[in-house]
Design a protein around this ligand. Structure first.
Ligand SMILES: [Cu+2]
Length: 121
């Protein structure tokens, strides 16, 4: 019986740790969106259902592009041109921002059939 109580206490504290981790994540996402206001202009590409939406994004010079992974699996953003830009693996719910300096096409290196394009106005 005592062992069972200890295990229950352990799972309660694990639950609290998970809760804390989730709320910390929310705080960091808030500061990301506050940073976005500081930049000149931010364009967002949402990743969902194994697609970049919009697949073709028209932006102005100096704009920052934010990729937001709202899909059920991890993705990344990799320029078609070798080494021009690439994100780390973008976990579900996370975002990655990058100031693109020229028109570029990109893909997800995890799922090479996922393609996107950035075109300067
Ligand atoms: Cu992918």
């Amino acid at each position: 019986m005592k062992l069972k109580t200890k295990r229950a206490a352990q799972s309660v504290s694990l639950f609290i740790i998970v809760l804390l981790a989730v709320s910390c994540n929310e705080v960091s996402q808030k500061s990301i969106s506050e940073n976005q206001k500081v930049t000149k202009h931010t364009d967002t590409v949402v990743i969902k259902q194994m697609q970049f939406v919009p697949a073709i994004l028209n932006i102005a010079k100096g704009d920052t592009v934010v990729w937001l992974n709202q899909d059920l699996v991890d993705h990344d953003i990799t320029s078609d041109a070798n080494g021009l830009f690439y994100s780390d693996t973008l976990k579900v719910g996370n975002s990655w921002k990058y100031m693109v300096t020229d028109s570029a096409s990109y893909h997800c290196s995890i799922h090479p059939s996922m393609k996107g394009q950035i075109i300067f106005k």
